[in-house]
Design a protein around this ligand. Structure first.
Ligand SMILES: NC(=O)c1ccc[n+]([C@@H]2O[C@H](COP(=O)([O-])OP(=O)(O)OC[C@H]3O[C@@H](n4cnc5c(N)ncnc54)[C@H](O)[C@@H]3O)[C@@H](O)[C@H]2O)c1
Length: 342
C-alpha cells in the first residue's frame, strides 16, 4: 500500500538484543525508514554494516543528521536519560526503552526538555498491547469485577551467572538499577496501567544467591493500595533466584463479583476466570516472547510502539505510552525502595 507522506526517518542507538528488534520493526514498516544506527562497540558496528545498515561512527553524526526525526534509545538503562536529552536537544523525537530512567529526577529532565523543544517522548511498555493485558484493562475499566479486594503479583524468573557476566551492565547498580527496573518494570507498568498511580506502603528486599553476581537484591516485595480503588490491597513479589529457568509472572485478582488468575511466563495466559454473569471471551493468542541468549523476556510487541510513534509524528494520533506514564512507573519503583523496612 503506498502512503501519501514520505517515510518517517528513524535511527537507533544501541544495537544489542532490543536495538535489533527496533531496527527490524522499523525496516518492516512501510511508513518508516531506518537511516542508521550508532553503537559504541566496534564489534556491533561491524555487525550493523554486515546487516546492510548504515553504521554511524559517532553519536554526533546521528544527532546532526537532518532527515532523522526519531531516535530509539536502546542502550543500558542508566544511559537512557543522557541519550534521550541529547536527542531532544537536537530537535528529534525519542522512543525510550524501558525503564524510562533510573530516577524521577532524570525523568523530569526529559519531560521538561521535551516540552521545551516540542518533541514527543514514547516509552516502551509493549506488554500493554498483549491480548490478555487489554482484556484485563477492559474488565477493570468496565467495573465487571465490582469492588476489587486483593491483587497479588508474583514475578519469579531465573537470572543467574549465565545472564550476569563480569563487566557487563547487567548487575551494575548505576547502569542496570536492579530487577524491578530491568526485569519487572513491565509488570509494575501493568499494575499502574490497571489500577492507576498506586501508593507503596512498605517493602522488603533480599539477596538469596546473587552476592557475587550483582550490586543489588535479587528478590523482594512491596505492598500497595490505590487511590482509585478504595478497598484494594496489593502485594507485588519478585525474584530472579528461581532455579534454572523462569517460573512464572502472575497476577491474582480477588473481587466482589469474581476471581481472575493470569499467569504464564509473562502474564500471557488467563488461568482462572470465574465472574458473575460473565463468560471469558475468546482472546487472540499471545505474541511470542522476546529471547535474549536463551532467556525468555517480555512480549514481542514492539511493532505497535513503532506504529504509534509514526502515527503520532504524522499527527494522526497521540502517544499511547507517554513520558509522564514512564515517569510514574519509575516513581513507583523508587518509592518501593524508599519504603523498605529491611
Ligand atoms: N522492552 C523490552 O521488552 C526489553 C527487553 C530487553 C531489554 N530492554 C531494554 O533495552 C535496553 C537495552 O537492553 P539489551 O538487552 O538490548 O542490552 P544489550 O547489552 O544487548 O545492548 C545494549 C547495546 O548498547 C550498546 N551501548 C552501550 N553503551 C553505549 C553508548 N554509550 N553509546 C552507544 N551504544 C552503547 C552496547 O554496545 C550494546 O550493543 C535496556 O534499557 C533494557 O532494559 C527492553
Amino acid at each position: 500500500m503506498s502512503s501519501l507522506h514520505p517515510p518517517v526517518g528513524f535511527a537507533v542507538i544501541g544495537y544489542g538484543h532490543i536495538g535489533k528488534k527496533h531496527a527490524e520493526n522499523i525496516q518492516l514498516n512501510s511508513n518508516a525508514r531506518l537511516l542508521g544506527i550508532f553503537d559504541s562497540d566496534p564489534i556491533k558496528q561491524e555487525e550493523i554494516k554486515n546487516n546492510q545498515i548504515h553504521s554511524f561512527d559517532q553519536f554526533n553524526e546521528l544527532l546532526n543528521h537532518p532527515q532523522i526525526q526519531v531516535v530509539c534509545i536502546c542502550t543500558p538503562n542508566g544511559l537512557h536519560s543522557q541519550h534521550a536529552l541529547e536527542v531532544l536537544n537536537h530537535h528529534k523525537h525519542v522512543i525510550i526503552e524501558k525503564p524510562m530512567t533510573l530516577s524521577t529526577l532524570d525523568a523530569n529532565k526529559i519531560i521538561e526538555t521535551s516540552n521545551k523543544v516540542k518533541k514527543h517522548v514514547f516509552c516502551v511498555m509493549q506488554n500493554r498491547y498483549s491480548p490478555v493485558a487489554t482484556w484485563l484493562k477492559e474488565v477493570i475499566n468496565n467495573k465487571i469485577l465490582g469492588e476489587i479486594y486483593s491483587v497479588s503479583v508474583l514475578c519469579a524468573w531465573n537470572r543467574d551467572e549465565r545472564y550476569y557476566k563480569p563487566n557487563h551492565w547487567h548487575g551494575n547498580l548505576q547502569l542496570d538499577g536492579g530487577p524491578l527496573f530491568t526485569q519487572f518494570s513491565h509488570f509494575v507498568d501493568l499494575i499502574y496501567w490497571l489500577f492507576g498511580k498506586i501508593e507503596v506502603n512498605h517493602s522488603e528486599f533480599y539477596n538469596f544467591n546473587h552476592h557475587k553476581l550483582t550490586q543489588f537484591e535479587d528478590s523482594g516485595f512491596f505492598s500497595f493500595n490505590s487511590p482509585n480503588f478504595q478497598k484494594l490491597k496489593g502485594l507485588f513479589q519478585y525474584t530472579t533466584s528461581v532455579f534454572d529457568s523462569n517460573f512464572e509472572s502472575s497476577i491474582h485478582i480477588i473481587a466482589e463479583n469474581g476471581t481472575i488468575k493470569v499467569g504464564g511466563q509473562y502474564m500471557n495466559e488467563v488461568q482462572y476466570c470465574h465472574i458473575k454473569n460473565y463468560d471469558l471471551p475468546n482472546l487472540e493468542p499471545a505474541p511470542p516472547p522476546n529471547l535474549y541468549d536463551g532467556y525468555q523476556g517480555s512480549a514481542s510487541n514492539h511493532h505497535f510502539v513503532i506504529e504509534n510513534a509514526i502515527d503520532s509524528i504524522l499527527g494522526k494520533t497521540s502517544p499511547k505510552t507517554t513520558a509522564n506514564e514512564g515517569k510514574d512507573v519509575v516513581s513507583i519503583i523508587e518509592s518501593a525502595y524508599q519504603k523498605r523496612i529491611l
